[in-house]
Design a protein around this ligand. Structure first.
Ligand code: NDP
Length: 295
């Protein structure tokens, strides 16, 4: 029997519907419309596409959004000042700095210029510190999206062995912190695997839940997965495909065709974790507006 294919897009659409309803309720009560501002430094076309998609999703749920474009020639102090101004604006609830930023800029310093309440990507030092303590203000969107997929598909993490492949500050590391915390939909036994692993399969084959965020297509093949495992594929890799009009195709970090013959359940790419990331970002933006109302 083949794996259940988890429909991340459908789950994300449910969350977006819930957010749309909550935004209408805010309007009815005369409360502010949540506003997300994305800051983009430089001309990277992929970054522009990502923020356009996020702005479109915000407007689809009735939120306001804006994009601040900053020339590549900016310096650390100018970028910090722009983010500081957004922190001070009462009409702005969520701020994201689209990554990567040009290499002459200090990424960690720039991210951490965003105040805790408006850091809807959950990536500032303050946010990650609160997350580690088990008391997050906003949790990072991609790890939150993965947890939400597991919750909404009734895949229990309680006492399960969750193996995460990839230790980035964007995905693997915060997810390992979140999954290992006490609480409903958490409380997993977590193994965090990286390129230092001498035998990847030794770890991945022992997973109840296997989450893959390596940025390398086909890191996980069928022989690395045990029957009964739920596989969450975070990866987004463009590979050449001459059968497609644009000559390329989006794939994850998991060999989907092979793994779906073995696993209990698997998320596809596209249509798995990606849509959940956007939904959780908007969920954080709504929470930010609620927190800022209560100030
Ligand atoms: P990074 O490149 O920052 O980190 C990759 C991690 O994977 C590193 O820790 C690296 O180990 C580890 N790794 C790489 N190859 C292997 C391997 N063969 N065996 C074991 N570990 C390995 O990537 P990100 O975390 O930022 O992103 C991962 C993927 O997720 C990318 O494809 C990215 O595009 C995608 N992504 C998708 C999102 C979405 O919304 N769908 C959001 C964010 C990311 P080491 O530390 O030892 O080098």
């Amino acid at each position: 029997m083949g794996a259940e294919i988890i429909d991340g897009k459908a789950i994300a659409n449910d969350i977006l519907d819930e957010l749309r309803f909550r935004v209408i309720q805010r309007k009815d009560k005369g409360l502010s419309i949540p506003k997300l501002v994305a800051v983009v430094v430089g001309e990277d076309p992929a970054s522009r596409t990502y923020v356009t998609n996020k702005s479109q999703a915000a407007s689809d749920v009735g939120m306001d959004s804006d994009v601040v474009m900053i020339p590549e020639s900016t310096d650390d102090s100018k970028l910090s000042a722009i983010l500081g101004d957004l922190n001070d604006r009462s009409d702005v609830h969520g701020i994201i700095l689209q990554l990567p930023i040009p290499s002459h800029l200090d990424e960690v310093q720039a991210i951490s210029s965003i105040c805790l309440e408006k850091d809807v990507d959950g990536l500032t030092d303050a946010s990650l510190g609160r997350l580690s303590r088990g008391d997050p203000v906003h949790s990072p969107a991609t790890p939150s999206g993965i947890l939400e997929i597991l919750r909404r598909t009734n895949i229990s993490t309680e006492g399960s062995h969750a193996v995460i492949v990839g230790r980035s500050m964007l995905v693997g590391r915060p997810l390992s912190i979140m999954l290992s915390q006490r609480g409903s939909g958490l409380n997993a036994i977590v193994t965090l695997v990286h390129t230092g692993a001498r035998s990847l399969g030794k770890f991945t084959r022992s997973a109840d839940i296997l989450i893959v965020a390596t940025g390398q297509a086909k890191t996980i093949t069928a022989d690395l997965v045990s029957p009964g495992t739920t596989v969450i594929d975070v990866g987004t890799n463009w590979i050449l495909d001459s059968t497609r009009k644009n000559g390329r195709r989006l794939v994850g970090d998991v060999d989907f065709e092979g793994v779906k013959t073995v696993a209990k359940a698997v998320t596809p790419v596209p249509g798995g974790v990606g849509p959940m990331t956007v939904a959780m970002l908007l969920s954080n933006t709504l929470s930010a507006a609620e927190i800022l109302d209560g100030r």
